[in-house]
Write a protein that binds this ligand. Sequence first.
Ligand code: ASP
Length: 295
Amino acid sequence: MVEAHRQGVSHALAAGYALLEKGASSVDAVEAAVAVMEDDETFDAGRGSFLTRDGRVQLDALLMDGATLRAGGVACVERLRNPIHAARLVLEKSPHVYFVGSGAEAFAAEHGMPLIDNSELVLDRERQNLANAQEKERDGLPDATFAGGTANLPAATSHDTVGAVALDAHGNLAAATSTGGTLNKAPGRVGDSSLIGCGCYADNLSAAVSLTGWGEPMMKLVLGKWAVDRVQQGTPPAQAAEEAIAYLFRRLGGHGGIILLGPAGRVGVAHNTSRMAWGVQTARGTEVHTDGKSA
Ligand code: ASP
């Protein structure tokens, strides 16, 4: 599993960086990197995502352009293979910023995206995960499925939301996040990932950020914006990332991970989950990590 995460992150970096090398924008790069991970069944995004309590995949994604603050978000979509491409269409083609459910699917279809059957996104592995979570729930056992969420829930065994941040040759930042949300979630539940300033944010004047983890506490703290604001006030991204995760835990007992990129290309990464896979690619080379606990 750790190796699959390492591979997935490497492929995403390669896809995003290849575009940046050709002079593409940071928005193009983060979209491509996230699409690669949506297509990879290892992650909780696109096909292979966690299931809702009624056994369906419901996806949320956001893309944000730090140069213009244009953003595109979709939530609760069930018939799109790559919700990050729908988010890009919202960013490019709509005066609105955010679409949900069937309206989001109709918007994507009007702009040429194929609508698929939800079953194409569902894996047997995830049917089994859902059955296990629901069995624990019936037995009244504490579980990492977020049902009933209290600050005392144990850290989830897995999050696997995907995200990317990038800085292009023109000095523009962008961020993207895509998720299937939390295991056994109620249909219609939206987490932090696709909400502006929660699981994703980008502004050339501050930083670009993407988060993963238990969404409800992160939403309440508007944690992405909290982190980029610290960078704007002069905190180095590495320190702002650590502080954000420390604040999440101190204030609400939350757990998660963050990738943060400042306008000068400085990177910050932190998490208080048991592991997090992440990587960086620059002109100087590529690193991929599958860290144990950092914060
Ligand atoms: N943050 C996501 C959510 O709450 C889940 C995750 O990162 O795994 O929807």
